[in-house]
Design a binder for this molecule. Sequence first.
Ligand SMILES: Cc1cc2nc3c(=O)[nH]c(=O)nc-3n(C[C@H](O)[C@H](O)[C@H](O)COP(=O)(O)OP(=O)(O)OC[C@H]3O[C@@H](n4cnc5c(N)ncnc54)[C@H](O)[C@@H]3O)c2cc1C
Ligand code: SF4
Length: 565
Amino acid sequence: MNLNLKARQNNTYDAIVVGTGISGGWAAKELTENGLNTLVLERGRNVRHVEDYPTMLMKPWEIPYNNQVPPEEAKHYQKQMRTGYTIRQTTKHWWVRDTDQPYEEVKRFDWIRGYHVGGRSIMWGRQSYRLAPMDFEANAKDGIGVDWPIRYDDLAPWYTHVEKFAGISGEALGLPQLPDSDFLPPWELNCLEEVLKETMAERFNRVLTIGRTANMTQPHNGRGKCMSRNLCSRGCPYGGYFSSNASTLPAAAATGNMTLRPHSIVDSVIYDEELGKATGVRVIDAETLETTEYYANVIFLNASCMNTTLIMMNSISDRFPNGLGNDSGELGHNVMDHHFRVGANGEYDGFEDRYYWGRRPTGFYIPRYRNLERNDRPYLRGFGYQGGASREGWQRGVRELAIGEPLKEFVQAPGRWTMGMTAFGEMLPDHSNRVYLDRDKTDKWGQPTLVFDVEFKENEYKMREDMKNDAAEMLEAAGMKNVRTFDDPGGPGLGIHEMGTARMGRDPKTSVLNGWNQVHACKNVYVTDGACMTSAACQNPSLTYMAFAARAANHAAEELKKGNL
Ligand SMILES: Cc1cc2nc3c(=O)[nH]c(=O)nc-3n(C[C@H](O)[C@H](O)[C@H](O)COP(=O)(O)OP(=O)(O)OC[C@H]3O[C@@H](n4cnc5c(N)ncnc54)[C@H](O)[C@@H]3O)c2cc1C
Ligand code: SF4
């Protein structure tokens, strides 16, 4: 046998999945469970569940520098640190070093990333909400961007499918703007949050509920119950929250159909002009810089919104001189995130004899209430709030002048109740918000860098007025004192919900993907991460990426069986 042919055979699979984060994990699970021999490519190192969470059980006194990162180390994470909370001694190993992974900003964009097996499924906040029927209809109704090619009912069974496996705790409410999930029992609100809930119902006819979260309130699918340590950002020894490492990748491995290859940077998709379809991917070995080609009948791009876009833009052929599937010219455009960091907080006198159990890994959620039946605000769409109430801890003693016994007594008692909330608002798709490649500036693996030219527009800024003032009004109505508002949008990207750069749509002239997440003009390539989103809604989006990935993977398996791909 010809040696080249043999090498090609050895590198040939039924399916390839690029990326092992939230969406890639789901693609891997569903494809392998459909019997497809699947190669899963991940640019970062391997992270085995439990074994590779080095800080998960560290005690406070074992953590150097009071969990802070010294300046000589911090200089490598200048962009990742813009969140204010990501780079700590206990978590820094999950984040990219900006000095190794550069990007450019025409305008500030906070691109917050983790490159390793599991991607950001290890560090995510786990808030999990379905989009609503109105979200899939909004663009058509408002004449914004393009219409979604699907409706809520197309995705609803797949939401149920992923929720049953992932384990989402929450309370059923029957709200049209926030469909219920297939829930595990909810976490509890504390006494002050109950006060706000009652006030909101009585005074404003608005709803407050416990956050819907992928932290499990009971053992589920072989994983342990969350123990309320709230140390999820280090990795969970019990598998108490959903991550690719604890959930989807082990399920894919159990089929015997998955080959996982870490340190594999996918450079581009190989397009065969004669066959009129993709045949594989080019991979740069992150350690040796060697380039290898892998082949498959179907390819899933799940490298996260911006990296999937980079790969597509970098996949140049005679048929696609401007990037794979970019007949519409929309690839890289319509960047969206959620705008947030606007809201209010305050203090409460009372409930001195009340406390709460453990470190609950979620807060409360206030579903969208603006612009529902009719648009009566000076902006389109809406926002939801995430927040919580707690008692001040011993740290407040730092600012007290007491010493000795009085200080000891003071810090041993819980402090005042405080409560705060921040809003997450919908950002509209806008063609002028875009990313593109700078081929002259390459990283140490020879890949072009991404350039971000994205900004919040008038609609977002108008919405923020309500986001701020409503928060203060509701807290004051609930009896909070010293209510203070805040409004600091930061850069787009800081919501870490980047999406929209290869949007779905009905018309190949104005969109990149069809209603099954297939590239319009190259149907054996599927994109099911945030890049596929046609509008952003205001709910945290990862549950929707999971549902899209599961739906598309099962579609691909069917299409392969029918010989359509
Ligand atoms: C601190 C934080 C809090 C968050 N909170 C929430 C929340 O509460 N709710 C919510 O819905 N979302 C939340 N998110 C967002 C959520 O993490 C993302 O939406 C989600 O992880 C996206 O999934 P993904 O599969 O698209 O990408 P990722 O999870 O980022 O995974 C992408 C993977 O692809 C790999 N990759 C990239 N490029 C290549 C390449 N060229 N070749 C091979 N592999 C590649 C990466 O290394 C990575 O492993 C949060 C994120 C962060 C960081
Ligand atoms: S809070 Fe729960 S899910 Fe998070 S690390 Fe602790 S036990 Fe695990």
